[in-house]
Design a protein around this ligand. Structure first.
Ligand SMILES: Cc1cc2nc3c(=O)[nH]c(=O)nc-3n(C[C@H](O)[C@H](O)[C@H](O)COP(=O)(O)OP(=O)(O)OC[C@H]3O[C@@H](n4cnc5c(N)ncnc54)[C@H](O)[C@@H]3O)c2cc1C
Length: 427
């Protein structure tokens, strides 16, 4: 891998997501050698992926080169590498570009879409966890309308214009709201010879409310916003299968559709070698103690989505969200320096800064510790927070300008089929 050997301890970080970047920043200019490995050369701001999928933002504006984030750190090395295995016995990571020894290892590999073992659903539905997946979805949505325009088969046309989003969490809700706005504001202009009023947007939620992790008020208001936008919200309904044409559920209800977007859950992005059953949870996360040490190891840590830190308040582990990832990354940075200096470690304490979701123009829900907002003010807070956490001045500017433009013009100009998506099935 061409990494110099120095007298400093080597810390390998797997993953340049929220947690990995926060940690690397903390370790900059310290007496350690940091090697960050990621299979992409960019950091992805996942909370805005749905805007890429729906043509509101270009993908480049929510991605940022990892090398640039850490360009001024002399003790830092980045390698574009897919880590395929961790050999904990020999303190070595095995990657597609070679092997590397570590003194300390931090697994910050995030999570991936959880299809709960249903291979057919996985094969036929769309995930939205990465930029390439979001671009696939963008292409598919637009291709559906192009195909709908050409077919004279009414059933086929309806299936092409029927969208099923599985999962009523923030991702499902935000995507549904964006699709509803496209239906209202863009499709009638782009496809005047297609009856776009028959476009259906369905959100299927297995429990009795959407935005489950938020307050009752936020959940009710979000549902109200979605219904006003014409989205069908199906609660207490569980998807049992999707064969590329028909969604079946645990009731008699079925959906004939060309597009299922799976936003029903995530699981840890485990890496071979560190996947022993006794420290891996049901959702494939690595059990860590309050210092983020993986159970059974003193020199191997996990942070962010992949780490399952159980607390009294969170018996199933901290939420798989950006804030716990960033906070754990920062805290572990401090702790690693303490560890190297032989000082006692400090336990991690999560500060819940609140949760939020946007449903569309002027419509958002925000739950802070003391205050809860819904509507226009919440929407401004949502925009401000997302701009603040985006990495890079240029990205912030581009996103801001895009949002202002889209707001004023009721438009989403990135509706481009640049890389056509090849469907695995035909309706
Ligand atoms: C669509 C969507 C919307 C979201 N919206 C919100 C939101 O509004 N608010 C919120 O707080 N959270 C949101 N989240 C969750 C949030 O993005 C995650 O909790 C957060 O990204 C976790 O950070 P992380 O550093 O643990 O992992 P990630 O940010 O996922 O980073 C993991 C990194 O590891 C790399 N990697 C993985 N495996 C390997 C390997 N084997 N070898 C090399 N590199 C590897 C990946 O390429 C990636 O760069 C959303 C997530 C999604 C998918």
């Amino acid at each position: 891998m061409n990494i110099p050997i120095t007298s400093f301890p080597r810390i390998i970080i797997i993953g340049g997501g929220f947690a990995g970047i926060a940690l690397a920043r903390k370790l900059s200019k310290q007496e350690v050698q940091v090697v960050l490995l990621d299979k992409n050369n960019y950091h992805t701001f996942q909370p805005l992926l749905y805007q890429v999928s729906t043509g509101g933002l270009e993908p480049d504006s929510i991605a940022y080169p990892i090398r640039k984030v850490l360009k001024n750190f002399s003790n830092f090395h980045f390698r574009l590498a897919n880590v395929t295995q961790i050999d904990a016995e020999n303190n070595t990571v095995i990657t597609d570009i070679g092997n590397l020894k570590f003194d300390y290892l931090v697994v910050a590999s995030g999570s991936k879409t959880n299809f709960f073992g249903n291979a057919e659903v996985e094969k036929h539905s769309m995930a939205m966890k990465t930029i390439p997946q979001s671009l696939n979805l963008r292409s598919l949505i637009l291709e559906n309308f192009e195909d709908a325009l050409l077919t004279s088969d009414l059933n086929e046309r309806n299936a092409l214009m029927n969208f099923v989003i599985v999962g009523g969490g923030p991702t499902g809700v935000e995507l549904a709201g964006a699709l509803a706005e496209i239906k209202k504001g863009i499709l009638p202009k782009d496809y005047p010879d297609l009856d776009t009023r028959s476009v259906q947007i369905n959100v299927i939620q297995s429990s009795d409310s959407i935005l489950k992790g938020m307050s009752e008020k936020a959940s009710e208001k979000a549902e109200d916003f979605l219904e006003k936008l014409g989205v069908n919200v199906w609660k207490n309904l569980r998807v049992t299968n999707y064969d590329g044409k028909t969604v079946t559920t645990n009731t008699d209800l079925v959906f004939e559709t060309a597009t299922v977007i799976w936003a029903a859950g995530v699981k840890g992005a485990l890496i071979k070698g560190l996947d022993a059953a006794d420290f891996v949870t049901r959702s494939n996360r690595l059990l860590v103690n309050s210092f983020n040490q993986v159970k059974g190891y003193k020199h191997i840590f996990a942070v962010g989505d992949i780490a399952c830190m159980v607390t009294e308040e969170f018996p199933n582990g901290l939420p798989m969200m950006a804030q716990p990832a960033i906070q754990q990354g920062k805290q572990l940075g401090d702790n690693m320096l303490r560890l190297i200096e032989g000082k006692p470690l400090q336990p991690f304490v999560y500060t819940d800064k609140g949760t939020m979701a946007t449903i569309g123009r002027n419509k958002a829900v925000v739950d802070l510790k003391r205050f809860k907002f819904q509507g226009v003010f919440a929407w401004y807070i949502w925009m401000f927070v997302h701009l603040f956490f985006l990495i890079g001045f240029r990205n912030r500017m581009v996103v801001f300008v895009n949002w202002v433009y889209n707001y004023v013009r009721f438009d989403r100009e990135a509706r481009l089929i640049i890389r056509p998506y090849k469907k695995k099935h035909k309706v």
